[in-house]
Write a protein that binds this ligand. Structure first.
Ligand SMILES: Cc1cc2nc3c(=O)[nH]c(=O)nc-3n(C[C@H](O)[C@H](O)[C@H](O)COP(=O)(O)O)c2cc1C
Length: 375
């Protein structure tokens, strides 16, 4: 394909792949798309190692880094001492998790620690410094307008800044803040998402940008796991697709093994948008864990970001390990971020194959569109 976004980013096919796994990032980039490493959960030292490895694998081909710096979070601007946020987790919430585990035959692990959260936003600047020492072609941010240091770093380094949005008005705020690329992410998406579907959000955002005279490119995201869906979004005016879920069941992904099995058999109705993982609504696989938290009827109201993820992430990791060893209660509780496209993800494949299938499916869809237009 030759489109302006392909020229701008030096890619063959405008398929952007968000993944926490460096192997997926390198495989997508080497197959002609653009891999984006989710960097938030790494320490700056670990991110440096991951990016060194990617540099060796892609040898100058383009890739990006995503660093979430939430615009709003508990404790923001209070300059808290380490551990002070932990003290804000009420005792009854720790008790609630203990009881939920007990009801699934999982004894409380007294070593279980609530701990720091990668969503507290406090490592964002250090991670960005590391990323900018590498030949990245894109930096992305989610959960609000990027912090001024990210916009400034983008301007001074010439690396475009992308922002995820789930609503028309958020796209306008991002344009006013100076981002270079909008990712219009519908509610179908895995991870944090809004309430508007991709099919409605993409044209809404494109129209809103046109009204303010902005021609910055818009990528479509949310539920896109095939080339035909990508073609539909390009037909609506998107410059390409930004994807996350589809890489979770690739050979390269580091998704917990039991969760992969759940994803392969899940239907598009087996996800829920719940704040029970991070404190902000995010789409995940339905499980006994998500059922225990609001908005599920009778569920516990989650704590705000990042307290909820500080409370639950170590436990969810322990659940994954127990589920992998065959513990039935843990298998009922196991969950992970994934979008509604999970219903179409039925086979483990190499990431490169996923890209090649996207291209084939995209071309067939484009042909169907073209055939539908009279000569
Ligand atoms: C497991 C997982 C983790 C995610 N984590 C982040 C993240 O750290 N930063 C971010 O900007 N987006 C994150 N996202 C959202 C993706 O960037 C992307 O917008 C979304 O996956 C697109 O929808 P899809 O899952 O239907 O492809 C995550 C998505 C998934 C599935």
């Amino acid at each position: 394909m030759k489109t302006s976004i392909c020229d701008q980013y030096g890619i063959d096919f405008p398929l952007f792949a968000f993944s926490h796994c460096r192997d997926v990032v390198a495989a997508v980039t080497n197959a002609g798309g653009l891999g984006v490493l989710g960097g938030t959960a790494f320490t700056p030292e670990a991110l440096e190692q991951e990016l060194n490895w990617i540099d060796e694998q892609v040898r100058g081909k383009p890739y990006g880094v995503d660093i979430i710096v939430p615009a709003k979070f508990e404790g923001k601007g209070e300059k808290l001492e380490a551990g002070a946020l932990v003290d804000r987790i009420p005792a009854e919430y720790r008790e609630f998790v203990t009881e939920l585990l007990a009801s699934h035959d999982i004894p409380d692990d007294h070593k279980r620690r609530v701990g720091g959260s990668s969503l507290s936003g406090d490592t964002g600047e250090a991670l960005l410094e590391v990323a900018l020492r590498h030949p990245i072609k894109l930096m992305a941010n989610a959960l609000g307008v990027p912090p001024p240091y990210m916009i400034e770093a983008g301007q001074s380094s010439g690396v475009p800044v992308a922002a995820l949005v789930g609503a028309r008005e958020h796209a306008l705020k991002q344009v006013a803040a100076g981002v270079d690329l909008i990712i219009a992410q519908g509610t179908e998406a895995g991870g944090h998402c809004g309430e508007v579907s991709t099919l409605v959000l993409v044209p809404e955002v494109l129209d809103a940008l046109a009204e303010v005279g902005s021609d910055i490119p818009v990528l479509a995201a949310g539920g896109i796991v095939t080339g035909r869906q990508m073609a539909a979004c390009v037909a609506m005016g998107a410059a390409g697709a930004w994807t996350g879920s589809v890489w979770l069941t690739t050979e390269e992904a580091e998704t917990a093994p039991h969760t992969v099995q759940k994803m392969l058999t899940a239907t598009s109705r087996d996800t829920i948008r719940s704040a029970g993982r991070t404190g902000k609504p995010s789409r995940q696989l339905v499980s006994d864990w998500t059922n225990a938290w609001a908005p599920n009827p009778g569920g516990q109201k989650p704590l705000p970001l990042p307290l909820q993820s500080m409370l639950v992430e170590p436990t969810l990791r322990r659940i994954d390990k127990l589920a992998a060893s065959g513990h039935p209660g843990a298998q009922e509780l196991a969950t992970y971020f994934v979008g509604q496209g999970v219903g179409l993800m039925n086979k483990v494949k190499p990431a490169r194959t996923v890209v090649l299938e996207f291209i084939e499916d995209y071309l067939a869809a484009a042909q169907r569109l073209s055939d539908s237009v009279p000569d």
